[in-house]
Each structure stands twice: as C-alpha cells, then as structure tokens.
Design a protein around this ligand. Structure first.
Ligand code: HEC
Length: 123
C-alpha cells in the first residue's frame, strides 16, 4: 500500500498518541485514597460527623470534585492550601473559625474543631 504523506503523518500522530497517552496519564499527580471510614478512630469519626454537618454542603471530602469550595481530599497531604497558605493545623483552624474569601466563618468550639482537623488528616 502506498500511503500519501498526510496519511502517514496521521498514522504517526495516532501511534504516538497511543504510546504517549498512558505515559502522560500515568504521570498525572494523583491523590492517594482517603483512609477507609471503617478504620477511623473515635475522634476521627466525630470529625467526620462534624464535616457532614458543617462543611459537606460546600466541600467534597472523599472525592476530588470542587463544589462551592475546593475539595478537602488530601488537604494535609499537600504542602499548600488552594490559596497558597501552608497546609497545617493552625492555618486550617483560622480558615474554619474566621472564614476565607467566599467562605463564611464556621462556628465550632475548640473540641469540635480539633476533631474535625483529625478527620481532615485522614483524607
Ligand atoms: C458556604 C460554603 C462553605 C462552607 C459551609 C465551608 N466552606 Fe470552606 N470554602 C468555601 C469556599 C467558597 C472556599 C474558597 C474560598 C476562597 O478562597 O475564596 C473555601 C475554602 C476552604 C479552605 C481552603 C482555604 C485556603 O486557604 O485555600 C479550607 C481548608 C476550607 N474551606 C475548609 C472548610 C471546612 C473544614 C469547613 C467546615 C467546617 C468549611 N470549609 C465550610 C466554602 C465553604
């Protein structure tokens, strides 16, 4: 078969796509899965319930999709929060208690905040 130059080019790009796509897709940064709910300790379970009540209407926790705000999946596995602030307990406590940009302040006592942060560490 005598392939014309454009057809050969098309084949070439198709082949390189097939070869390269899995490599490129394999390099995509993937967030490790959250700890299964069945493995959470008592404090983390309380934090899970608080998340459901106070955060889940705006944030996903076990899924990377953004709702009104960014997903909390892997929030402490990354070095920075979406705003660029360091992802540590103190910073997240301030975001929760004082709000941030479009996020309202959430009224939680210090025990609930601590339990919630313990849960966020399992994501
Ligand atoms: C009414 C919706 C809403 C609720 C409820 C809410 N958030 Fe948010 N949250 C947002 C939005 C919107 C943003 C993005 C804010 C911005 O940067 O403008 C955000 C951002 C964040 C950030 C990232 C801050 C940064 O520095 O990038 C964290 C962490 C966070 N929220 C945690 C929580 C937690 C934990 C709760 C539950 C106690 C909660 N949020 C409840 C809407 C909400």
């Amino acid at each position: 078969m005598n392939l014309t130059i454009p057809t050969r080019r098309a084949w070439l790009s198709l082949c390189s796509l097939l070869v390269l796509y899995p490599i490129v897709a394999g390099c995509k940064p993937t967030t490790p899965p959250p700890m299964p709910l069945s493995q959470l300790n008592a404090q983390q379970m309380r934090g899970h319930a608080i998340f459901q009540a106070s955060c889940s209407q705006c944030h996903d926790d076990r899924d990377s999709d953004a709702l009104h705000g960014p997903s909390m999946l892997g929030v402490f596995k990354q070095q920075y929060l979406p705003s660029g602030a360091p992802a540590n307990d103190d910073r997240v406590r301030v975001v929760i208690l004082e709000g941030h940009g479009m996020m309202p302040a959430i009224n939680l006592d210090s025990q609930d905040t601590q339990d919630l942060i313990a849960y966020l560490h399992t994501l």
